[in-house]
Design a protein around this ligand. Structure first.
Ligand code: ZN
Length: 149
């Protein structure tokens, strides 16, 4: 189950990163030679993918991902395109963050990391990592057997 969700999330993040890349790739410095353009495109695509990966893994601890991505890639664009790139990056990253936030709120994701589904004696969610392919951690695994029964 957890793996399936992760795959689905990765697929969605890939779509978001492609969308951002597509919206800005034609703005990459048009005056450089063909080879540097290809290099620049590759670097921009990679930066988009890395940002989305990090956002998926660490959604609660990745502050201002749009600004981080813009800082990483702005040098590949001419001055005249900077504002448009900043806007496109912000729109694309915001869409991806919103999507992840919705996943967390719907319970499909817990900050990007799987957590045991049990509640502790103090009434708080257990923070331990579940056993592989299970919903509960070692000290709560008896709950899973009960749920299945
Ligand atoms: Zn537990």
């Amino acid at each position: 189950m957890i793996e399936e969700r992760t795959l689905q999330l990765q697929h969605c993040m890939y779509q978001y990163s492609r969308a951002i890349y597509r919206s800005i790739k034609d703005l990459i410095d048009p005056y450089s030679d063909r080879e540097s353009q290809i290099e620049s495109r590759r670097a921009v695509l990679e930066a988009c993918e890395q940002t989305m990966e990090r956002l998926a893994k660490d959604p609660l601890y990745f502050a201002k991902p749009d600004r981080a991505l813009f800082q990483d890639i702005r040098r590949y664009f001419p001055i005249t395109a900077q504002a448009e790139v900043a806007w496109a990056v912000q729109a694309g990253v915001t869409a991806a963050s919103t999507f992840i936030q919705e996943q967390i709120e719907s319970g499909a994701l817990d900050g990007g990391v799987a957590r045991c589904r049990a509640t502790t004696r103090k009434g708080k969610p257990c923070q331990r990592t579940p056993l592989p392919d299970r919903d509960y951690c070692p000290s709560h695994q008896h709950l899973e057997a009960r749920a299945a029964a």
